[in-house]
Design a protein around this ligand. Structure first.
Ligand SMILES: C[C@H](O)[C@H](O)[C@H]1CNC2=NC(N)=NC(=O)C2=N1
Length: 113
């Protein structure tokens, strides 16, 4: 089993393939707290992280933002009092790439502290 949270994103091109159904199932086993959702016709990974208050939620979102900037791969983040909803997908292919599972695993690692 690959260790997603130790990996970095690969440069993703517009013609990069989406992960297949089988790959999606295998990769999801490494990020079991995430769900696959379809929004605007595009598959995405989504997880809700909970915190003691808004300040802690915002601090976590900023750490995820720093990670995104470092990897050049960016999530959607909804910051609310005590919650951050994170969604990862690859805009340029309109769906899920291996990079999104790597970033979900690395987001989990940030939450684990
Ligand atoms: C030019 C810039 O590197 C690209 O637009 C990057 C930025 N961050 C990105 N993030 C995500 N999630 N998907 C992309 O396709 C993407 N493309």
């Amino acid at each position: 089993m690959s260790n997603l949270k130790e990996q970095a994103c690969e440069a993703c091109r517009a013609d990069a393939p989406k992960v297949s159904g089988a790959e999606r199932s295998a990769l999801l086993k490494e990020v079991p707290d995430w769900e696959v959702v379809e929004l605007d016709g595009e598959l995405q990974l989504r997880r809700v992280f909970t915190f003691a208050n808004f300040a802690e939620a915002l601090a976590f979102a900023n750490r995820v933002g720093d990670l995104a900037e470092a990897e050049g791969h960016h999530p959607a983040l909804l910051v609310e009092w005590g919650k951050v909803t994170a969604r990862w997908w690859t805009h340029k292919i309109g769906g899920l790439h291996r990079n999104d599972f790597i970033m979900a695993a690395r987001t989990d690692a940030l939450a684990a502290g």
